[in-house]
Design a protein. Sequence first.
Length: 391
Amino acid sequence: MKIHIKNEIVTTVDQLSNELITTSHFLHQHPELAYEERESVQHLTSLLRAHGFEIIEGIGGLPTAFVASAGVDHPSATIAFLAEYDALPSLGHACGHNLIATSSIGAALALQPSLAALEGRVLVIGCPAEEKGGGKIALVKAGLFANIDAALLVHPSNRTELFKDALAMLPLRIEFFGKASHAAAAPHLGINALDAVVLAFTNLNALRQQLRPDARIHGIITDGGRAPNIIPDYAAARFCIRALDLDYLHDLRRRVVACFEAAAQATGATVAIQEEGEEYHPMKCNRTLGALFQANLETLGEQVEQTPEDQELGSTDVGNVSQVVPTLHPTIALTDRLDVVCHSAAFAEAAGGPAGDRATLLATKALAMTAVDLFTDPARLRQVREEFQHA
Ligand SMILES: [Zn+2]
Ligand SMILES: [Zn+2]
C-alpha cells in the first residue's frame, strides 16, 4: 500500500504543479515583511480552502498566522507541514520562503485525497515572521504543536543537506541617555551618549577573545546623534547574541550586559536594555525523520550532501518548534552554484525562476512521501518519538 500511495502522490503533485508554481510565483512577486503577510496568507488560505481544508486564521494572537486541517477525526497520526512566507527588506524573497510555503501546502494537498485510506490528519501551520520576531515562538507558546506527531518543512539553500544545528539567539536593543550641550563652547556640561555606544562596541570586542567559538555578537548603531556640534544626548544600538546552547547564551547575555553597563558608567550616561523579541532556541534534529526524508529524496533522484552540521550556522524559530515536537528541517539546493547563498539578490532571483520551481516540486513530493511513511509505519513513528524523548 505504501509504494502505491507514494506513486499516487507523485502523480498528484505533477497534476497540481501549475497551481503550485502559480502560488510560489505569486508570493515571490508580492513580497511582504514579517507580520505583514496579508496578501500571501489570503492567497495560501484560498488555495487550501478550495481543496477542502478547514482554516482558522489569526491563531496564537498573530493576525497572519493560520492553521489549515484535513483528514479523519481520530487519526493514527497528525503531521504538520510548516509554511513560512515572510520576505526580507529590499531583497524580497531572498530566503526563498515562497518555496517553503508552497511545498508545505503542496504536500498537504497531495496527501488530502489519501487521508481516509491512511487514517491520517494533516495540518498546514502558517507561520509568519521567520526573519524578524520569530512567529513560531508565539505559536509554540500558544500550544499549537501540542497534539502533533511530527512537524515538517524544507528550506531552500545552496546545498541539499539533512541536518544543520541552529544557534540560540537573543536580540537586544540598548539605549543610552546623556545630556546635550554645545560641543565646542560647553562640552564639559554634556554627557555623550554616542561615546557610550562606541565604548559598548569596544568592550564587546574585548570580550570576544574570551568566548567560545560558537558565540556570536553582532550589532548596528541605530541612533548616533543629530549634529556634530551637539553632544549627543541619545544614542541607541541593536545587537544579536548567539550560542549553540541556551546555558551559554544566558551566560553571554550577562557578560554583554556588563559591557553595556560599563560603557554607561564610564561616560556618565544611563542605559536601558531591552530584549527585542523572543529567544530563539537551538535545533533538536531528528535522525529518524531525516533518514526517511533522505530515502524519499533519493528515490526522486536527488542526492544528499554530507557536510559539517555545526558550521556556518544561523538561527531560526524552527529551533523552538524542534524542542516541543519531532521536527524535520532539511534543505534542498536551489542551484548547483555554491556562491548563490540565502539573503542575496541572486538567491531571490533563483527562488522566483525555474530553479525555484524545480526545488518546490521536489520538496513537495519528498515531504508528502515522508508523511506517508509516518502514517503507514507505526513502529517508525514510535522510533521518531523515542528519539525525540531521549535526545
Ligand atoms: Zn532568512
Ligand atoms: Zn529562511
